[in-house]
Design a protein around this ligand. Structure first.
Ligand code: DSN
Length: 411
């Protein structure tokens, strides 16, 4: 970083502080991860300088012989990793990927189904403050109030009644397995396109430790930076029969020039994910999440759905009070534990003052932590939750967190 240091000491200072923060906190944000040095280096390479509108070997500008190869490699590896017929690696992130899919299959005003934001869906699955809810007609499905689980019979009934043109399956805060095959079956029954948004679980899917939507799902969207441990970015995978529609929707429909430095980083991350060690890593993410969930429940903390099948856990704080998520997330950050406040299904409060906490294990697993550490971390989290106004306790725990982090240095 010597160039940054010399040219812009102010920004350099913040980057160094952020490096230190990432090293010294227990990062439990389930949508984040720490990428390899190779992935990071490619992101900062000269590929950043290249415009490459179009697709490999069919570009609008000259000078693409190197980036054409990089994008071809990324596409081939993405297809191999997931067993997909077609891959578009250009989406800038998850929301643009989903926006391109809407553009490919729907007209403004058309009806689609998505998981309610408050029940674990994403903004782009039809939230009223997002383009998806503003431009198209969303019909939401939720989770069962008691069990916190998806009810596929209800999803089918809504689909038969509403006849949507598209059904989105996928999650940002659902800690259990999703039956992608059943979603596809329902979509086929009502003549809808099925889009599985696997952003959170992509790494687990690639490793075979979570149900895969391949090869039967029409279209799959994902980010590349969560459990997949690649750069900030997105991707669309689909059946060959939708390839042209998807490619046209991404470019020129939705985006201009792709970010070739990010595509190079994606290619590297896919190579890493194709290695046997990545399966071991993914298995450990789930083992760690289960161990952390058990530790929290042993301390009397209530979890939505009573546990987890993937990398994430949703804590229901309503027994401590309504709308306490943010306040307790801040108390935990003061104790060196970083996660995010989140709504719980049928939250009696609002998204601005949610009643839950969302946490996950991708980063801690990348750092090499295992079940033993999860047990201790669960106890620390529970201690802070139960006494969240106790600043002295936060000070004690932050010291212990630092000691633990020093044993698991990643970069
Ligand atoms: N912000 C992402 C998450 O945390 O799940 C989704 O866009």
């Amino acid at each position: 970083m010597q160039g940054v240091k010399k040219s812009d000491p102010e920004v350099y200072g913040h980057i160094v502080s952020e490096f230190k923060r990432q090293k010294d906190v227990l990062n439990l944000i389930p949508s984040e991860n720490y990428v390899s040095k190779a992935v990071m280096e490619a992101s900062g390479s000269v590929l950043m300088n290249k415009y490459a509108e179009g697709y490999p070997y069919k570009r609008y500008y000259q000078g693409n012989k190197n980036v054409d190869e990089v994008e071809r490699i990324a596409i081939e590896r993405a297809k191999k990793l997931f067993g997909a017929e077609h891959a578009n690696v250009q989406p800038l992130s998850g929301s643009p990927a989903n926006a391109a899919v809407f553009l490919a299959f729907l007209n403004p005003g058309d009806k689609f189904m998505g998981l309610d934001l408050a029940c674990g869906g994403h903004l782009t699955h039809g939230s009223q403050v997002n383009f998806s809810g503003k431009t198209y007609q969303q019909v939401s499905y939720g989770v069962d109030k008691e069990s916190g689980l998806l009810n596929m019979q209800e999803v089918r009934e809504i689909a038969l009644r509403e006849k949507p043109k598209m059904i989105i399956s996928g999650l940002t805060a659902y800690p259990r397995k999703i039956d992608f095959a059943e979603f596809q079956k329902i979509a086929e029954e009502v003549g809808a396109i099925h889009v599985a948004d696997i952003s959170h679980v992509a790494g687990l899917v690639a490793s075979g430790v979570y149900p895969s939507p391949f090869p039967f799902t029409d279209v799959v969207t994902t980010t590349t930076h969560k459990t997949l441990r690649g750069p900030r970015g997105g991707m669309i995978l689909c059946k060959e029969k939708y390839a042209k529609q998807i490619d046209k929707a991404v470019f020129p429909g939705m985006q201009g020039g792709p970010h070739m430095h990010t595509i190079a980083s994606k290619a590297i991350a896919f190579k890493e994910a194709l290695e046997p060690e990545f399966k071991v890593y993914s298995e450990q993410i789930v083992k760690n999440a289960k161990a952390l969930a058990d530790s929290l429940m042993n301390e009397g903390i209530k979890l939505v759905s009573g546990g987890t099948d993937n990398h994430l856990i949703l804590i229901d704080l309503t027994s401590f009070g309504i709308g306490l998520g943010k306040e307790i997330a801040i108390a935990l950050e003061n104790a060196g534990i970083c996660l995010n406040a989140n709504t719980v299904p049928y939250d009696p409060s609002s998204p601005f003052k949610p009643s839950g906490l969302r946490l996950g294990t991708p980063v801690l697993t990348t750092r090499g932590m295992k079940e033993e550490e999860m047990k201790i971390i669960g106890q620390w989290i529970a201690d802070v939750i139960k006494d969240y106004k106790n600043e002295k306790l936060q000070e004690i725990i932050i010291g212990k967190v630092k000691e633990l982090c020093d044993k698991f240095v990643f970069y």
